[in-house]
Design a protein around this ligand. Structure first.
Ligand code: PMP
Length: 302
């Protein structure tokens, strides 16, 4: 359950009992999937609760709003501060944080909203895809055409495709779906990015038809810090026959190994794979046991 009678959520400038954080059935967002959201995690670190990469998540929220013309009145700093306060009011340090920007105004037109509503909810959530290695299947549902709703925006409506792809895969006895892009290349899962390993190197789909996950970027940085070559390139499901291992990444899922994709299985024990090693590095980083040496050096502006 996501909330109890004691849970507090932030809604439109106030901290309210979660059960009272509601919206009407004439809301434009409800009818048209016209909302954006984020998925963020806080971890209990030696310095107390720390939200992992809060700034990047809230910058992406701003980008998502902008790309669908939904106003967002709160700055990255305000959203971060409010998130810490929601955690504190719920006495949580290890938690999932769900900000949602939506249009609650009754509006059945297809005009962009002129105002928005902001919810920030938190709850304790184990690894979204569990701890067991995943049996994936290539989905008959593709990622949406990137020339439609911007694919790098975390728009609520995109997740209808994720729901039907994931449900279809589970209906055929698999754990999760693997979606191709419109050209037949492997893109990502319904809510996580995908990597495979070959000859000690990592491969993942490039930007274009994927959500460029913050966990994906973190894993790329950690891999490069460890001297592992990472290739962002297009690949077909057939190319996975040459892979020795695979894993998925996401804020909710963290880093989770893949047992097989359809009939292709990866036999190396996960802990002995690059993904297994990076999973430990990721855990150490988010829980504040290590700091990133960060491979991506940002040059100072002149
Ligand atoms: N792809 C999709 C479609 C997602 O929903 C998510 C989860 N936000 C990801 C990838 C992973 O992104 P992140 O690492 O930023 O959570």
């Amino acid at each position: 359950m996501y909330y109890s009678s004691n849970t507090v959520a932030f809604l439109d400038g106030e901290f309210v009992p979660a059960g009272q954080a509601t919206c009407g059935v004439y809301a434009q967002s409800l009818h048209y999937g016209y909302a954006v959201f984020e998925g963020i995690r806080a971890y209990n670190t030696p310095a107390g609760a720390r939200i992992f990469k809060a700034e990047q998540h809230y910058e992406r929220l701003h980008y998502s709003c902008k790309s669908i013309g939904l106003p967002l009145e709160y700055s990255v700093e305000e959203l971060t501060r409010i998130s810490y306060e929601v955690l504190e009011r719920n006495h949580l340090t290890d938690a999932y944080i769900r900000p949602l920007v939506f249009a609650a105004t009754p509006n059945m037109s297809l005009k962009a909203a002129t105002s928005s509503n902001v919810l920030i909810a938190v709850w304790e959530w184990g690894k979204y895809l569990g701890d067991q290695l995943l049996r994936l299947t290539v989905s008959p549902y593709e990622r949406p055409n990137p020339k439609a709703v911007p694919i790098e925006a975390k728009v609520a409506g995109h997740y209808v495709n994720s729901i039907i792809a994931s449900s279809e895969a589970k209906g055929r006895g698999y754990d999760e779906a693997l979606l191709l892009d419109m050209n037949g290349y492997v893109a990502e899962g319904p809510g996580a990015n995908f990597f495979f390993e070959r000859n000690g190197e990592l491969f993942t789909a490039p930007a274009g038809s994927i959500l460029r996950g913050i966990t994906r970027n973190t894993i790329i940085d950690l891999a490069r810090e460890a001297g592992i070559m990472v290739h962002e390139k297009f690949f077909t499901p057939e190319e996975l026959r040459t892979a020795s291992a695979a894993f998925m990444t996401g804020t909710a899922a963290e880093v989770i190994g893949v047992a097989s994709v359809d009939d292709i299985s990866f036999d190396t024990p996960f802990q002995q794979t690059i993904g297994g090693m990076l999973s430990s590095h990721y855990h150490a980083l988010v829980t504040g046991q290590t700091v990133a040496r960060t491979a991506r050096v940002v040059e100072p502006q002149r």
